[in-house]
Design a protein around this ligand. Structure first.
Ligand code: SAM
Length: 319
């Protein structure tokens, strides 16, 4: 559907859980969500019901995220319910890859088309430090299993932080030489304590591009997608840049978010959220109308760079 600013909104990101099996230094360093006992999460049936409403108002693409979606043992059921909905043309997932080796084949069977895997270091010790104890080999194995399962494209998401992992930029680019991967660098956002306090550690994507004349610009094919793509001639994969801090792309934003506790967050960088659980449970016939109103009134742009403080860390929003 078209929102109040004339943007076509057709992309829904669903956070299926707040829980995660990693404690990334810029996301949830205390592991508050790893140990969360009483989790608020939507059931597969509720996710299906909400997504059906979303499809009726024009949502065509769904990304399943979290927290870490692969800590839910009903994740394949969730994916197959979403994939079977009339009007949903594309189902994807964002994961840290730790459990992907176990699930890649079944996710593909369930209807998952493509996958984004977060990976902030190719060095075992550093990976452990950034993720609060994660094992790099598990994520690397998950990437290989995703390739084997035929998920495509496979995008690797790397948040660069000055003095932490910005010396690995070329190692990530080299990953695209022989594997069909899209390696994407994401600028650190002021979401969560670390991002809010470390704006001086943002690595500006344009500086990476300018220093690497070998990277050749690829014309944008999907206007709503935030990444700009480049390629090194002869390499199998691509290199992407997502620059929410240095280049605001809100004018082309086509997405809304559903949190795992049943709130719609129409903009990542705006704390406005609307709880839809009461309508879902007690007045389901009004759900389409409620969602339509929320989507129509999606804010015009994010508030990063305006002393913005996010009410939720990324793993509670659904990154
Ligand atoms: N657990 C899954 C994963 O690791 O991909 C999905 C959720 S995670 C919150 C989604 C993405 O958000 C990850 O790629 C992570 O790097 C990114 N992220 C979290 N906090 C961020 C921040 N302050 N700035 C930029 N990206 C952030």
């Amino acid at each position: 559907m078209i929102d109040v600013y004339g943007r076509t909104i057709e992309y829904l990101r669903i956070s299926v859980t707040e829980r995660c099996n990693l404690k990334c230094m810029y996301c949830d360093p205390d592991g508050e969500n790893c140990i969360r006992q009483e989790e608020r999460k939507l059931t597969p049936e509720q996710i299906e019901q909400i997504t059906r409403s979303m499809a009726r108002i024009g949502i065509k693409k769904v990304r399943v995220t979290g927290g870490e979606p692969l800590v839910r043992d009903d994740i394949c059921d969730i994916v197959s319910r979403i994939a079977a909905i009339d009007g949903i043309q594309d189902v994807s997932m964002t994961t840290n890859g730790i459990n992907l080796g176990k699930y890649a084949k079944d996710l593909k069977k369930a209807g998952l088309k493509r996958i984004n895997i977060s990976l902030d270091s190719l060095n075992e010790d550093r990976f452990k430090r950034i993720t609060g104890g994660g094992v790099l080999q598990k994520t690397l194995n998950g990437i290989d299993k995703a390739i084997e399962a035929g998920l495509s494209p496979i995008k690797i998401n790397t948040v660069l932080i000055k003095g932490v992992n910005d010396d690995e930029i070329d190692d990530f680019i080299e990953l695209t030489k022989s594997k069909p991967l899209e390696c994407r660098f994401i600028e650190l956002m002021p979401i969560g304590d670390f991002g809010e306090k470390n704006s001086d550690k943002i690595v500006v994507n344009q500086d990476i591009i300018s220093a690497r004349p070998k990277l050749q610009y690829l014309e944008k094919t999907d206007k709503g997608a935030p990444a700009e793509y480049y390629k090194i001639p002869g390499y199998l994969g691509k290199v992407g840049f997502i620059s929410p801090m240095s280049h605001k792309f809100c004018g082309d934003c086509n997405r809304i978010r559903l949190t795992s506790d049943g709130k719609i967050r129409p903009c990542l960088g705006n704390n406005g959220e609307i709880d839809i659980m009461d309508t879902l449970k007690n007045d389901p016939d009004s759900l389409d109308k409620l969602i339509e109103d929320i989507v129509y009134n999606k804010p015009g742009g994010h508030h990063f760079g305006e002393k913005y403080s996010s009410s939720r860390s990324m793993n509670r929003i659904g990154g």
